[in-house]
Design a protein around this ligand. Structure first.
Ligand code: SAM
Length: 352
């Protein structure tokens, strides 16, 4: 195992691990539920996640207290940023209570949430802000109802997501990020329309390449619209220029409109993988730790918690897992034999 620097305060006696490729652990993505009220074709296609789909039973989900304890231990090991995700995180009741419980965690400087916006009322946005949520990302794949309803699989209208974005802005989240997964033939005709809508709006629109997460979304390379193509199309209408990253390992490449109308981002995880800078750990709703979005196997921390393990034992387990980490799936993807399916966890289970 490799070791990095020591931290002050609560984390004083804990050595922060780096993995076999020298990557520290800085971010923890926490899935709070595997359930979602959308059936996006690229994530939870309704044909495969129907009424008979077996979601995790309630008793197997981490409780808020368990999540908070784990977050505190991850923070001791170097994590500074938490992102709540799912499934749809707002279907988990009283999520703002979890945010309030996480906010005072020593070492945590940023708590964010990714949502489809369907349950983000004005009151919910305010209560999340009051609880200490720092940032919100809302997913929206198109501006025309026909395209969006077909992509979200449940006929959810665009207008309600736009209202949710307004509620987030009104509650003081600034900027709000908007995630658009671009899939060839499904919504790539909406790229310029989305850019035009969010220019100068206080939102940062991020174009995400359709990824081969899980095994149920029928991913094919020809359905990926490369980020370079998205940027070229936008640049042709509204010239853009590169913006330096906010911090090393930032997932999105940042660009700004030369005319001052704000910023956009591209997440090119397929065509320009960024594994070598990946500092993200992921916790499923039932407490399984994964060190890669494309992992097949994880380590069950919930069982350790429920067996009465003390903090030192859990910290040791997490540090050992991170120290042994060698995954760089996206960089290796192109070398895989086409047609040979590899078992992977679903995005709805581990969160984005
Ligand atoms: N339900 C929430 C939402 O819709 O934002 C949070 C979970 S969702 C899995 C997180 C993000 O992952 C969303 O922005 C979603 O669009 C994105 N996503 C899901 N499947 C994807 C895929 N196959 N490729 C790229 N992004 C994907």
């Amino acid at each position: 195992m490799h070791y990095a620097r020591r931290m002050p305060d609560d984390r004083a006696r804990v050595v922060q691990p780096v993995d076999t490729l020298g990557r520290p652990m800085r971010d923890l993505r926490i899935s709070v539920t595997d359930r979602c009220n959308f059936r996006c074709t690229y994530c939870m296609p309704k044909e495969l996640f129907g009424a008979d789909h077996a979601f995790l039973p309630r008793a197997s989900l981490l409780t808020f207290e368990e999540i908070v304890r784990l977050a505190r231990l991850f923070a001791r090991l170097g994590v500074t940023k938490l992102r709540l995700t799912g499934g749809e995180p707002l279907v988990r009741r009283n999520i703002e209570r979890l945010v309030a419980m996480l906010a005072p965690t020593p070492g945590i400087t940023d708590i964010s949430l990714t949502t489809n916006g369907s349950l983000l009322s004005a009151a919910k946005a305010l209560s999340l802000k009051d609880a200490g949520l720092g940032r919100i990302t809302v997913s929206l794949d198109a501006l025309d109802d026909a395209t969006f309803k077909a992509m979200n699989g449940v006929g959810f209208p665009v207008g309600r997501v736009l209202e949710a974005i307004d509620h987030a802005l009104a509650a003081g989240f600034a900027p709000v990020k908007v995630n658009m997964v671009v899939k060839r033939g499904a919504n790539d005709h909406c790229i310029e329309q989305m850019a035009e809508h969010f220019r100068g709006s206080g939102c940062i629109l991020r174009f995400i390449e359709f990824m081969d997460v899980g095994t149920t979304n029928g991913w094919r390379m020809q359905d990926v619209v490369p980020a370079a193509e998205v940027l070229q199309r936008i640049h042709a209408r509204w010239p853009i220029e590169r913006v330096p990253p906010n911090y090393p390992g930032e997932v999105a490449n940042r660009w700004r409109y030369v005319d001052g109308a704000g910023e956009i981002g591209v997440i090119a995880s397929v065509t320009q993988p960024f594994c070598r800078d990946c500092t993200r750990a992921r916790l499923s709703a039932e407490g399984v730790l994964y060190t890669c979005l494309f992992a097949a196997l994880g380590a069950n921390l919930r069982d350790l918690l429920r067996a009465g393990a003390d903090d030192a034992a859990i910290v040791g387990r997490i540090a050992g897992i991170w120290g042994g980490r060698r995954d760089r799936y996206s960089e290796l993807r192109s070398r895989q034999t086409p047609g040979v399916a590899r078992k992977k966890i679903e995005m709805s289970y581990i969160g984005g």
